[in-house]
Design a protein around this ligand. Structure first.
Ligand code: ASP
Length: 337
């Protein structure tokens, strides 16, 4: 029996058309293009149902409530389909993929985000392959988790990051092997799926718009400027540190701020500015005090995944001690310890 795949259009370049102010999504346009695509009617394709969200968004406009809207559309149809392909802008696709991987609890179906760098209406669009291959992968039922497909690469959603603003191989997952590669054929690579509680039913966890911040460390940073922000305004903070988790020698000015933030119920997670490799707190004298101050290691998590995970864990209303513990725990394949 043919697999049933629901194709959900959220916006992004793939379905954009050029207007006076540049490219923007146009309601109804993508469906009219899809109706003319013969490949979608090929016997190899799964049965596809199309749903267009409203309003369609440039993904740079996406916020937590939009992740909730997408999550609700998936949850409503979860039992009626074998998988989902989500058309999405590339700019924040990795954030949405990470967020969905946490929000869709106990999901064991393919949920693949894709889009394009060149709109489908333009010559040389990469949208056609990204769309068709995503549908084939979703229909194969071989990879049952939230993924991102782009430029021939199938990546774990919460490990993906946008690597290029203008290249067609725009995404990769430097800390996690690709799940599949599409060349002449689609080659599924051996991988360990994220652990799920197979006895528990699928459920959707809606996210709350808790105040989360990302602070990128740079030479010369003056930490006291961020004191009020970190201790009074933000609940979750991702520190993008140098290398394996290092902060400048003047780090002693940061430590009391981290302590104060933790006592106020905030969680500071240490990630790396390097796209590849892991944070190892304590490897250098410049990182050891972070742990003592109450920060947690994000290990090899992307900033996108750390941000989404903080939203998720705060939305679960866990006490900050538990959030700290879970930030360092592999929940959906988002980190390697
Ligand atoms: N700004 C667009 C978006 O993220 C870029 C894209 O889709 O490639 O929606």
């Amino acid at each position: 029996m043919k697999k049933r795949i629901c194709l959900i259009h959220t916006g992004g370049t793939i379905g954009m058309v050029k207007g006076e102010n540049g490219y923007s999504p146009k309601e109804g346009y993508l469906e009219s293009v899809l109706n003319k695509m013969d490949d979608l009617k090929s016997p190899e394709m799964p049965d596809i149902s199309f749903y267009e969200m409203s309003p369609l968004l440039d993904s740079s406009d996406m916020a937590v409530e939009d992740w909730n809207r997408i999550g609700k559309e998936i949850a409503k149809r979860y039992d009626s389909y074998d998988g989902f392909v989500i058309l999405h802008g590339t700019d924040t696709m990795a954030y949405t993929a990470a967020a969905l991987s946490f929000m869709l609890e106990n999901s064991n179906k393919p949920i693949i985000l894709t889009g394009s760098q060149i709109p489908l209406c333009e010559i040389r669009s990469d949208g056609q392959d990204n769309l068709i291959t995503s549908l084939l992968i979703a229909g194969s039922g071989k990879v049952n988790e939230v993924c991102l497909y782009f430029g021939g690469r199938l990546l774990r959603g919460n490990r993906a990051t946008k690597m290029s603003a203008d290249g067609l191989l725009a995404f990769d997952s430097p800390n996690c092997p690709r799940l599949a590669e599409a060349g002449i054929s689609i080659r599924y690579l051996p991988y360990t799926p994220p652990k799920i509680d197979t006895g528990a039913p699928f459920s959707l966890c809606l996210l709350e718009n808790v105040p989360i911040g990302v602070l990128k460390i740079f030479p010369g940073i003056s930490f006291p400027i961020f004191d009020t922000l970190m201790t009074e305004k933000l609940k979750g903070i991702v520190l993008e540190t140098f290398g394996a988790g290092n902060i400048p020698g003047e780090g002693h000015t940061l430590l009391p701020i981290i302590k104060k933030a933790f006592l106020a119920g905030s969680v500071v997670t240490v990630c790396s500015q390097c796209p590849q490799g892991t944070v190892t707190l304590g490897a250098y004298a410049t990182s050891s005090p972070l742990v003592e101050a109450g920060a947690v290691s994000g290990f090899d998590m992307t900033t996108e995944a750390a941000v989404a995970k903080l939203y998720y864990l705060f939305s679960k209303d866990y006490p900050s001690e538990k959030i700290k513990e879970l930030m360092e725990t592999d929940m959906r394949g988002e980190l390697t310890k």
